[in-house]
Design a protein around this ligand. Structure first.
Ligand code: DUC
Ligand code: ZN
Ligand code: ZN
Length: 467
């Protein structure tokens, strides 16, 4: 099957140029001017920009967490992603207690298989380091999984100690595996949470007190130091504040292979949104928590000056009013106390338009940097480049046709995520994905769904790059 996209403007992380793009057998086979191809379906992209499909490096679909399971499974989450111009994501599989890392990956594969509608990979979170953790890490690349996750938060559930952290980093360095870390000191959260609860301070706003910025900086400082000691490549997930970013930039200045991700919500949701009267603030309970507009400005700057390389979502959806009408329990679980709120914010569908509009239209970065932080950089760091994350001959034909002038008002009324609220409710964005193409197949066209359930593929990843 051949498809020829004519008269568009191709945008990559490095270039912007007018060209036609020929797709054959799921791959880009030719890029040039005035192309023709016998028997090809022709898509006229006059006035449209062709960008690599978005890559969301950080999602949680169909994940048991916080006393329930996320509202979005692989079908609903990936379908929503496609509507927003994302064609690949890497989800966090969790090792189960008493099981191996590979068993954890296999469990998550089963959740995706038959449901997937875009392409996907897995990071594996180490939650039960056994005697053979080192050899298990060494076995991961053969399974196409080249990143591990270590939590410094969630004591008694996911949190690892310094010995595990260091040994995992040493093994990862040896195996060519990327280390990803959630950097909040979980001992501190645990102590403060217990103190607050015993004092009867259980309102939503106390979530912020249990997750102070200082402990995110502390966690970041530690993993950066360990990356320096071990020489491993490090990717710090969901960075939220100036203090933590400062620790990352010190590591980068020292020549350590340390990189950082932020998530869309940290530029738009703030502490004051959690301090509103009543229970509404629970919508924004996530870990690390939302911070301040000043931190957001620092994040924007860090995305431009390359302290940060990635914008992901940490998509982790729970209904605000769950547990009824056949819905899974959601945020209402935390009405008993902030420490029981399932942590997470949805956003897999919104990331691309929100980051385009607020980044490019508002002059914070150019369109090439937008492509870099939302697609090319995750593809490179996570070992999917050049199969994914660019528009070049030989790459998968994952292309989003972007209408720079199309306006859209984001709303839970019209979004496709399986969740009853939206973090960007009412935001009017200019610039919208009018066609999403996955391996040559148009899966969303002008808001119409065209994909078959189960057609998304697991991507075997190789060793990624340091950026
Ligand atoms: N933070 C969240 O908000 N949700 C999922 C896990 C995490 O670390
Ligand atoms: Zn996390
Ligand atoms: Zn996460």
């Amino acid at each position: 099957m051949k498809t020829l996209i004519k008269n568009g403007t191709v945008v990559t992380a490095g270039d912007t140029f007018k060209a036609d793009v020929l797709i054959e057998d799921e791959k880009i086979s030719l890029i040039g001017n005035a192309l023709s191809a016998d028997g090809a379906e022709v898509i006229d992209a006059s006035g449209l920009f062709l960008m690599p499909g978005g890559i969301d490096a950080h999602t949680h679909l169909d994940m048991p967490f916080g006393g329930t399971t996320t509202a979005d499974d692989f079908f609903t989450g990936q379908r929503a992603a496609a509507f927003g111009g994302t064609t690949t994501h890497v989800d966090f599989a969790l090792q189960q207690k008493g099981e191996t890392l590979i068993q954890g990956i296999d469990m998550w594969k089963k959740r995706a298989e038959g449901n997937a509608v875009i392409d996907y990979g897995f990071h594996i979170a180490i939650t039960d380091p056994g005697e053979d953790m080192v050899s298990q890490i060494e076995s991961l690349p053969a399974a196409g999984v080249t990143s591990i996750k270590l939590f410094l938060q969630y004591k008694g559930l996911f949190m690892v100690d310094d010995e595990t952290l260091l040994k995992a980093m040493q093994a990862a360095k040896k195996a060519g595996v990327l280390v990803m870390t959630h950097c909040e000191n979980g001992d501190v959260t645990d102590i403060i949470t217990k103190q607050l609860v015993s004092e009867g301070k259980t309102d939503v706003k106390y979530h912020l007190e249990a997750h102070p910025r200082e402990i995110e900086a502390d966690g970041t400082s530690k993993v950066v130091a360990f990356a320096g000691v071990t020489g491993c490549k490090l990717y710090v997930v969901h960075m939220t504040c100036k203090e933590a970013l400062h620790e990352l930039s010190l590591g980068r200045a020292a020549g350590y292979k340390v990189m950082g991700e932020t998530c869309t919500q940290y530029m738009f949701k703030f502490e004051d949104d959690m301090r509103v009267p009543g229970y509404e603030g629970a919508k924004w309970a996530c870990g690390p928590p939302v911070r301040t507009p000043k931190d957001a400005e620092y994040i924007w700057k860090s995305l431009t000056d390359t302290t940060l390389q990635f914008v992901a979502t940490d998509h982790c959806s729970f209904d605000f009013e769950g547990g009824k009408d056949g819905k899974k329990p959601g945020k209402e679980l935390g009405k008993e106390g902030f420490h029981k709120i399932p942590n997470g914010i949805p956003g897999i569908e919104d990331r691309m338009p929100v980051m385009y509009h607020n980044g490019v239209n508002k002059g914070r970065y150019d369109i090439n940097r937008f492509v870099a932080i939302t697609a090319t950089n995750p593809a490179k760091a996570l070992g999917m480049y050049p199969q994914k994350g660019t528009i070049s001959v030989g790459s998968d034909a994952d292309i989003v046709l972007w209408d720079l002038n199309k306006k859209h008002t984001i709303s839970a009324e019209t979004h496709h995520m399986n969740v009853d609220y939206n973090a960007y409710e009412g935001m009017e964005v200019k610039g919208w994905p009018v066609r999403t193409i996955l391996r040559g197949k148009s899966i969303v066209v002008n808001g119409e769904w065209k994909q078959e359930k189960g057609a998304g593929q697991f991507i075997k990843r190789h060793e990624g790059e340091f950026l």
